[in-house]
Design a protein around this ligand. Structure first.
Ligand SMILES: [Zn+2]
Length: 215
C-alpha cells in the first residue's frame, strides 16, 4: 500500500514542470534505503553503513530539490527591459541530474542562447533555471525541452536554443558500457527553429573555444 502511494506521488511530481511544494519525506526514504541494503544482501547494522540511510536520504532530497523550486519566484526581479536585440548566449553550464530509468547520474554541459524581445534575464539566473530542472528525476530530452520552453515563455523571447551534452552513468557502468559516449540533445524554438542562419550562428558560437583558450 505504502509503495503504491510513493510511486503515484513520484510520477505526479515528474510530470509537473512547476514542481511541488511538498518536501521529500526523509523518514520514509531512510527506511527504504535500509530495506534496499537488506535486499542487496548487506548488513545495515555494520559500522560503515550505520549512517548510510540517513546520508542517502539527504543526498536524494538535495538532488531532487528542483521539484520545489518555483521559476517565477526565481526570476522575480531579474527581468530587465532593454533595447538589445542580438543573441545572448550562456554556454558550458555544468549540470548534474539523475536518469529516471535507473536513478543513476547523468551530467555534462548545457548551452543556452536566446533572442531577446524587449527584455533580458539576469545572466546568473540561467544556470539556476538549469539546476531547477536538473535536480529532478529526468530524461535528457525532456530536460532540454523544459529549459528551452521555460525561457521562451518567461522572456517572451523571439527564439531560444538549448543544446545539452551529457554522459550517462547508466550507459557507462552497466548496459552497453560505453565510457566515452556523449549524448547530445537540442531544442530550437521560434527564430532558432525557423531561421537557419540564427540556428547556425548559435551553434557556431557555442562551439568556439572558451575565453582564455588559445584557439
Ligand atoms: Zn538510465
Amino acid at each position: 500500500m505504502a509503495k503504491q502511494g510513493i510511486k503515484r506521488r513520484g510520477q505526479q511530481q515528474v510530470e509537473d514542470v512547476n514542481g511541488s511544494s511538498r518536501p521529500a519525506d526523509l523518514d520514509v526514504l531512510q527506511s527504504l534505503v535500509t530495506e534496499m541494503l537488506l535486499a542487496l544482501g548487506e548488513k545495515p547494522g555494520r559500522n560503515g553503513l550505520l549512517k548510510t540511510p540517513e546520508r542517502v536520504a539527504k543526498a536524494l532530497a538535495f538532488m531532487t530539490q528542483g521539484y520545489h523550486r518555483d521559476i517565477d519566484h526565481l526570476l522575480n526581479g531579474a527581468l530587465f527591459p532593454i533595447e538589445y536585440d542580438e543573441m545572448v548566449i550562456v554556454k558550458d553550464i555544468d549540470f548534474f541530474s539523475m536518469c529516471e530509468h535507473h536513478l543513476l547520474p547523468f551530467y555534462g554541459k548545457v548551452h543556452v542562447g536566446y533572442l531577446p524581445n524587449k527584455k533580458v534575464v539576469g545572466l546568473s539566473k540561467i544556470p539556476r533555471i538549469v539546476d531547477t530542472f536538473a535536480r529532478r528525476l529526468q530524461v535528457q530530452e525532456r530536460f532540454t525541452v523544459q529549459i528551452a520552453e521555460t525561457l521562451k515563455t518567461k522572456l517572451n523571447a523571439h527564439g531560444v536554443g538549448v543544446v545539452v551534452e551529457a554522459r550517462h552513468l547508466c550507459m557507462m557502468m552497466r548496459g552497453v558500457e560505453k565510457q566515452n559516449t556523449i549524448a547530445v540533445t537540442s531544442s530550437m524554438l521560434g527564430a532558432f527553429r525557423s531561421q537557419p542562419q540564427t540556428r547556425l550562428e548559435f551553434l557556431k558560437l557555442i562551439r568556439r573555444g572558451s575565453v582564455g583558450d588559445s584557439d
